[in-house]
Every structure is written in structure tokens, then in C-alpha cells.
Design a protein around this ligand. Structure first.
Ligand code: PMP
Length: 455
């Protein structure tokens, strides 16, 4: 399976690597896990143990699966010819991928390259502020974000964080970021029939409270990921679009998780017929084979930075050093070609339906499965202590379910432990190449794990 030398690797990791999202005390009791190889949906750790990875690299990233030689070849061919040049120069894969990508996004024309989801979102926030200064006399600098949504780890992005615990202890934050309520009907905040419209109206209420002349943009995930896999209720997105138009507010959709196939469409917003002004994406763009993120805009947004020619300072005065790496777009081209050639959008829709049916079955079988939600191969199962009161299951028990799946050879996730009382959703995002057997194995593992922990 692998033949490279692993001696001393655990010791080196334990002594020198500062792991992401990790309370390192956990390593007092167990070894860090080193993932040494991957093929398709399967990965192997340092002990040779095989796992089915139902979360695409832990954080919904490896959309086309592991071990894609053609992506490796595309990266190699490109980087030995021309690996990097930044500033105002372009590159062959940069131009080609921008054309391919915007072809999948009717109405969007311009691609700004960067290298992480957080950074792409920061660029969008900067554009909103600059537009406010250029067009609105310094007003319209506010960005609205939604409770439970997440847009990244940098201070600007954390200022737009709808998950309080993620932001805790990192303040003070940037001004002019304002929260609007979430739209999760299972945790309803309004007792109404047309929940989607009501939840969107709550955004309008915030706009009116703040003053529409101060609000520049609304930034939303199409389907909230780490905040609970929240698929917006019917009528929500249509109303959101109307509100943005009514108050001349830019719609910025954060497709960092949903983008490039995860939900069965190229982009999550395309399920809802919405027309965004700015779209950010990262994880699935090159499935983690290279670090690449994009901010894509309409020509109208682009034009705001072009029409006032003459003043050398009057453009988007921004750069991303590694936005000049050609490995990213070279990998992204091949990643997108694979999704098309292998029909992975259709597979995602079909396998996503199978996954949801499986989770619905678990809801019927286990009283602790309170709600199941999903779109494409992106699903969540919210666990509760009491089905009637919907009291969330204790986080430690949810973590035990995740652990019990792991022992059965299936890696699943849970909503990050950042929303007190609401960190109780199991998260699933297997690669878009999943087969029926893979999906069944995932559901069976969760079934057995819940039976073991909460049965
Ligand atoms: N937006 C969303 C919706 C995300 O889930 C994430 C990361 N999980 C980000 C932005 C930030 O992306 P990155 O970690 O690449 O900076």
C-alpha cells in the first residue's frame, strides 16, 4: 500500500506540529493520526488501517476523491514549465480556468485568484468597502452576515462570523459587520407557515434598523455548512434576492463548501435561481490537490473598478502572492474536466438522494435523530436528547457517535464545537464519486454507532 519510511513520524509530529482545531491535550492519551495514502474515498493511516472518508478530507474538500494521477500530471506539467508569476501578469491555466469557470456561472464574468476561502472572502469585503467609498460617499460599508454561517479564520472574516465561540477571544473585530438571524426551521424562531419568506424578511428588518443607505452587501452560505448543514426553507432565496435588489445591496454568496459540485449543481445557489454579484469558492475548486480559491464577480462589479480611469489609485489595490501560483488553476481545470467527463453532478444527485433516504431511515429507527437535512452529497443529522423538546444531545455523546463510526472504519464529522447547545449535528460530505455501496456503508456505520452510544 505504501513503502515510504514512517519510522519516527509520530514522534516528529507529536514534538513539532501544531495541529489545526486541536486541543493538544488529546494527544496525551493517543497518538496523532497521520494519513499516509488515499485512493478514491479510502485513506490509510500510519498503522495501515483503512478508512472510508465520508467527509472528503475532514472539511468537505476532496470532491473528486484521492489519488487522481491526471491532476498530479497536470500540476507537474504546468509547474515545470512556469510555476509562478504574480502581480499584473496572467498565466495560461489562469486564463483557461477563468473561462471554464465563468462558463458554468451565467451572469458572472471575472475571476480573482487567491488561495484560501478566508482570503477570497476578505477580498470581497474589501471590494464592498471600496465601492462604498467610490460610489456612495463612504456610506454603504456594512456587510450583513447570518447567524450560524462561517466565512473564515482571518480577523475580517471572523468579524462576519455567525458562530460566536469561533470568534471568542479573538476580538476586537472590524466594524460594520452586522448579524441577521439564521433560517433553520427545525430551530424555528417564528411560528408561521411560510417560514422561508419570514426568515428572509428578518434580513429586511435588520436592513431597515441599520439604514439601507449604510448596507453594502449581504454575505450568505447557500447551504450553511459547519453551522449545522442548514438547507434554506422554500421561498427563502427568492425573497433574499428581492430584498437585495430593493435596497441596492450586493449579494455575496460564499460557496467555499458548496461550490464545484458538492450539492449536485456546479454551485449551491444554482438550485435557487439566484443571481449573485460576488461568489467566493475554495475547497472543491481543485479538490485539495493545490491551494486555490476564487472570487468571481459580475461585469457590473468589475466595471465599478474600471470606469474611473485616469487616477492610478482608482482600482482594486489588492494582491495575493500565491494567487500567482499556476498549480492551482492547472489542477482546477483537470478537476472540473473530471467532474464533467465522469458525470459527477448527476452521480452526486443520485447518491445524495440515497444518502438522505438512509438518514431518513435512521430517523425512523432512532429517537435521538431529530432532523436530517441535505442537498447532494452534503448532509447532516441533528441528534437530540429528547425528540419532543428537541433538546440537543450532549456534545460528548455526539463525539462518541463520531468515534464509534471511526472504530468501524468510517470517518464522519460533526458541527464544530462552536455553537453552544447546537454542536449536535453529524456531518457527511463524501466524495462526488461515491457508489451505492459506499453510501450504504456510511449509513450502516452511523446506525451501529448510534445504537452503541444512544441505543
Ligand atoms: N467559508 C466557508 C463556508 C467555510 O466553511 C470555510 C472553511 N471551512 C471558509 C469560508 C474559510 O475557508 P479557508 O479555511 O480556506 O480559509
Amino acid at each position: 500500500m505504501y513503502d515510504n519510511d514512517l519510522s519516527g513520524i509520530v514522534e516528529a509530529d507529536r514534538a513539532h506540529v501544531w495541529h489545526h482545531l486541536m486541543q493538544h491535550r488529546a494527544f496525551d492519551a493517543k497518538d496523532p493520526r497521520i494519513i499516509v495514502e488515499g485512493r478514491g474515498l479510502r485513506v490509510w493511516d500510519q498503522n495501515g488501517t483503512e478508512f472510508l472518508d465520508a467527509v472528503s478530507g475532514g472539511v468537505w474538500t476532496v470532491n473528486v476523491g484521492y489519488g487522481r494521477e491526471s491532476i498530479g500530471d497536470a500540476i507537474r506539467d504546468q509547474v515545470v514549465r512556469m510555476n509562478y508569476f504574480a502581480g499584473s501578469a496572467g498565466s495560461i491555466p489562469g486564463a483557461r480556468f477563468a473561462e471554464m469557470l465563468t462558463d458554468k456561472m451565467p451572469g458572472m464574468t471575472r475571476v480573482y485568484y487567491t488561495n484560501s476561502g478566508s482570503e477570497a472572502n476578505e477580498k470581497a469585503f474589501k471590494m464592498v468597502r471600496q465601492i462604498a467609498h467610490k460610489r456612495y460617499g463612504g456610506k454603504k460599508t456594512k456587510v450583513l452576515f447570518r447567524e450560524r454561517d462561517y466565512h473564515g479564520t482571518t480577523i475580517g472574516a471572523l468579524s462576519a462570523c455567525g458562530q460566536q465561540q469561533r470568534a471568542a477571544q479573538y476580538g476586537p473585530f472590524a466594524p460594520d459587520f452586522v448579524e441577521v438571524p439564521h433560517c433553520l426551521e427545525y430551530r424555528a424562531q417564528w411560528d408561521v407557515e411560510n417560514y422561508g419568506e419570514r426568515a428572509a424578511d428578518a434580513i429586511e428588518e435588520v436592513i431597515l434598523r441599520e439604514g439601507p443607505e449604510t448596507v453594502g452587501a449581504l454575505c450568505l452560505e447557500p447551504v450553511t455548512a459547519g453551522g449545522g448543514v442548514i438547507v434554506p426553507p422554500k421561498g427563502y432565496w427568492e425573497r433574499v434576492q428581492e430584498i437585495c435588489r430593493k435596497y441596492d445591496i450586493l449579494l455575496h454568496i460564499d460557496e467555499v463548501v458548496c461550490g464545484v459540485g458538492r450539492t449536485g449543481e456546479w454551485f449551491g445557489y444554482q438550485h435557487y435561481g439566484v443571481k449573485p454579484d460576488m461568489v467566493t469558492m475554495a475547497k472543491g475548486v481543485a479538490s485539495g490537490y493545490a491551494a486555490i480559491a476564487c472570487l468571481v464577480t459580475t461585469e457590473a462589479v468589475f466595471d465599478l473598478f474600471r470606469t474611473d480611469a485616469g487616477d492610478p489609485l482608482d482600482h482594486f489595490r489588492d494582491i495575493s502572492t500565491f494567487g500567482g501560483c499556476t498549480a492551482g488553476p492547472a489542477a482546477a481545470i483537470e478537476n472540473m474536466r473530471i467532474i464533467e467527463a465522469e458525470g459527477l453532478l448527476a452521480n452526486t444527485t443520485e447518491m445524495g438522494a440515497r444518502l438522505m433516504a438512509g438518514l431518513e431511515g435512521l430517523k425512523e429507527k432512532h429517537a435521538c435523530v431529530g432532523d436530517v437535512r441535505g442537498l447532494g452529497l452534503f448532509a447532516g443529522a441533528e441528534l437530540v436528547a429528547d425528540r419532543k423538546t428537541r433538546e440537543p444531545m450532549d456534545e460528548k455523546l455526539v463525539a462518541q457517535v463520531v468515534g464509534a463510526c471511526d472504530r468501524r472504519g468510517v470517518i464522519i464529522g460533526m458541527t464544530n464545537r462552536s455553537i453552544p447547545g447546537f454542536n449536535n449535528t453529524l456531518c457527511l460530505s463524501p466524495a462526488l464519486i461515491s457508489t451505492g455501496d459506499d453510501i450504504d456503508m456510511i449509513v450502516e456505520a452511523i446506525d451501529a454507532a448510534i445504537g452503541e452510544v444512544a441505543g
